[in-house]
Design a protein around this ligand. Sequence first.
Ligand code: FAD
Length: 309
Amino acid sequence: MGAITIEKEAACQLIWMLAMEVTMKINEIFNQNRKVFSFEVFPPKKQGTIESITSVLGELSALEPDFISVTYGAGGNTADESTCKIASMIKNEYHIESMAHLTCVNSTKDDVSIVLGQLKAQNIENILALRGDINPDLPRREDFHYSCELVRYIKEQGDFHISGACYPEVHVDAKNMQEDIEHLKIKVDAGVSHLISQLFFDNDLFYHFNEKVRAAGIQVPIEAGIMPVSNKKQIERMVTMCGASIPQKLAKILQRYEYDSESLREAGIEYAIKQMEGLLEHGVDGLHLYTMNNPYIASQISKEVKGLL
Ligand code: FAD
């Protein structure tokens, strides 16, 4: 009888521990008073091939980041559930906290409600609420114009932790940094409790932005988004899209190793590690690594950075 009681107690404790593990919101991670280290992955390009990312998720999870976020395809296509499925795999199979990105500019409120229902069903509590890029080839919907409207809508729909994006080099649609930060304040006041920055390659730009954001009264933690360079064309495409600048030092690396992909990858890893070391010395709240689904790059960086957190 005694043994059965002990077994029951142990089982209850295990269930409680598992419940704790699966209900960690991102703000609770920041409340632990330490630097946060997180990853970002994207769903496989072709629909129906989610299995192809399984080994990547396994390898990234083994590096034990604080959470892994999963991007959301443009277009608000709710039939494509890959973001939710991958976020669920990360959380429920690999037991790493996950965050689902969600865009709204091509979605109706009903579309968003469907996605939120899917996320709730998978016990996913963290959402990166985004407007999404304006794509002239996709039909605009009128329910949401800016991410702050999505934030307010999500808050009405359930108890999610909501994060938002921010732009150290100013969002491409904004007139200037002051205006962009005023809009950021509206988003935070609407219910965002954590920000992740757009990629940047010059830490001084991030420090300057950080100062302006704090001066504007925005107090939520800001994770710096770092993308290791591994392919010249890819990075040039990215910076054209998001408006990030390439400092001279990085431009030289890109030029030197343009046709030597292995050396470029290693130099890109070294550059990212240096950036992260500098950010940590400057007291950054957290580091968000754009892994590009590449576990090798993520593991090389984790090895160097985790001991500094
Ligand atoms: P908003 O916060 O709505 O800002 C967009 C523009 O509108 C800015 O210029 C801002 O100054 C202005 N603005 C904001 N609020 C107001 C207001 N109240 N009144 C007037 N103007 C306002 N895209 C995807 O499609 N899928 C993803 O998974 C994805 N993940 C991302 C992750 C990160 C960390 C980042 C930084 C970006 C990501 N993006 C993603 C890209 C993002 O969707 C684009 O940058 C998009 O153009 C802006 O989204 P946002 O949520 O920042 O928009």
